[in-house]
Design a protein around this ligand. Structure first.
Ligand code: MEV
Length: 406
């Protein structure tokens, strides 16, 4: 299918459904899902009181199609669920203007890597546990042997790590132990929490007490996705417009208010795909903002042997934080080259990813693995950002919204 689907805007929603059904060879059941939207599915779940609490109805969003995407050489039509005007138009514009090369996307890990951490806030002697476990791989091996539900899905427990104890506000030491997993095709946050729970059991002879808390880490370590694209300046207003776009980019790099808005625009695109494909978009947003936050932590000079808080050396370090735009752009000859790097904890198995509409949206995109899905989402984020910068530097948001009104 040519994802440009040139005349889509001129068609009615019914004609667009028919076109997609024909282009993708969808079967009768899929066509019916398109006809009814996801309302039927969620309403039926709501009637069974499923998925959330105190459910009394279901809340669908408009589902549109972003066109013109070429991701790693493949045409992709991208379903996006959003209530915000101009999001799909901006993404499609960004995608069309960098054809025929499109987006080159690399995913640094084919699987989603998830992590959960265990907090111990009132241990007798956290330092001896820390000294014992630091660099000790036996715990990972023991855990892998004792409890590893991931292997049957093609995943694994990757590692257990321990942080140097830090001081609570009351002056006690607290210890954090983390487990990192390859969650295969699932997003994996709850799987990591379950495994962390087992790890805490395994630790009991050492800790002598259960943990204070266990939580998933939404920083998405080990799952960075980088999308690149080049836009010929001639396609969007020439050198003068490229300079204006660069000025808006520099603005985002110079000021937190502008940077968060810039990154929100990227998430406008990514979240819309996330919702359409049944992802936990709040986890994606958390990972994005974590990536945007560059933390510079002063180096500690004390050693593990210093087991007491006799001076300031084991206070939590005083990090300096910078918040920056997730994209960068530069001019190369007559091209504007853009790059987005973002953590994308996504899945194609588990939870809402199995709802019929989410399955159908992935089918429309032609993605079958979470790495392929992450690649398309990163391309959409970059396209969205370019489209937004181009709009801000050009006609402006109010004019763009007015033009899209019918
Ligand atoms: C609006 O939802 C998003 C934008 O403000 C993003 C940006 O300013 O880069 C257009």
């Amino acid at each position: 299918m040519n994802s440009k689907l040139a005349d889509l805007r001129r068609l009615t929603p019914k004609q667009r459904r028919d076109l997609l059904t024909a282009e993708l060879g969808l079967d009768e059941a899929d066509a019916q899902h398109l006809e009814r939207g996801s309302l039927g599915y969620w309403a039926a779940l709501a009637d069974r009181d499923g998925n959330a609490e105190n459910v009394f109805s279901a809340f669908p969003l408009p589902l549109g199609l972003a066109t013109g995407f070429i991701v790693n050489g493949k045409e992709v039509a991208v379903p996006m669920a959003t209530e915000e005007k101009s999001v799909i138009a901006a993404a499609s514009k960004g995608a069309r203007l960098c054809r025929p090369e499109g987006f080159a996307v690399s995913v640094d890990n084919p699987r989603t890597i998830a992590r959960a951490s265990i907090l111990y806030a009132d241990l007798e002697d956290p330092w001896s546990i820390y000294t014992d476990l630091f660099g000790n791989t036996a715990l990972t091996t023991n855990l892998q042997e004792m409890y590893n539900p991931l292997r049957k899905y093609g995943g694994d427990i990757i590692s257990v790590s321990i942080d140097q104890p830090l001081r609570t506000q009351e002056g006690k030491a607290f210890l954090v132990i983390s487990v990192m997993i390859d969650s295969a095709e699932a997003m994996g946050a709850m799987a990591a929490v379950r495994i962390a729970r087992q790890l805490a059991e395994l630790m009991l002879p050492k800790t002598k007490k259960p943990p204070t808390a266990i939580r998933p880490d939404n920083e998405a370590p080990g799952r960075l996705v980088t999308a690149r694209a080049s836009w010929p300046m001639a396609s969007f207003g020439g050198l003068e417009m490229a300079n204006r776009v660069m000025a808006v980019q520099d603005w985002a790099a110079s000021d937190v208010s502008s940077a968060v808005t810039h990154n929100k625009g990227i998430l406008n695109g990514i979240d819309a795909v996330a919702i359409a494909t049944g992802q936990d978009w709040r986890a994606i947003d958390a990972a994005a903002h974590a990536k945007a936050t560059k933390v510079v932590i002063p180096v500690r000079t004390t050693t593990v042997a210093d087991r007491r808080f006799s001076d300031d050396s084991h206070k939590p370090p005083d990090p300096k934080r910078y918040y920056k735009p997730l994209t960068i752009y530069k001019k190369e000859g007559d091209l504007l080259v853009g790059k987005l790097t973002i953590g994308l904890p996504v899945g194609t198995k588990g939870g809402a990813t199995q709802s019929p509409m989410a399955v159908l949206c992935r089918k429309i995109m032609g993605v079958s693995s979470n790495a392929e899905l992450a690649a398309v989402m990163a391309a959409v984020g970059l396209a969205q950002n370019f489209g937004a910068l181009r709009c801000l530097a050009g006609e402006g948001l109010t004019e763009a919204h007015a033009r899209l009104k019918r």
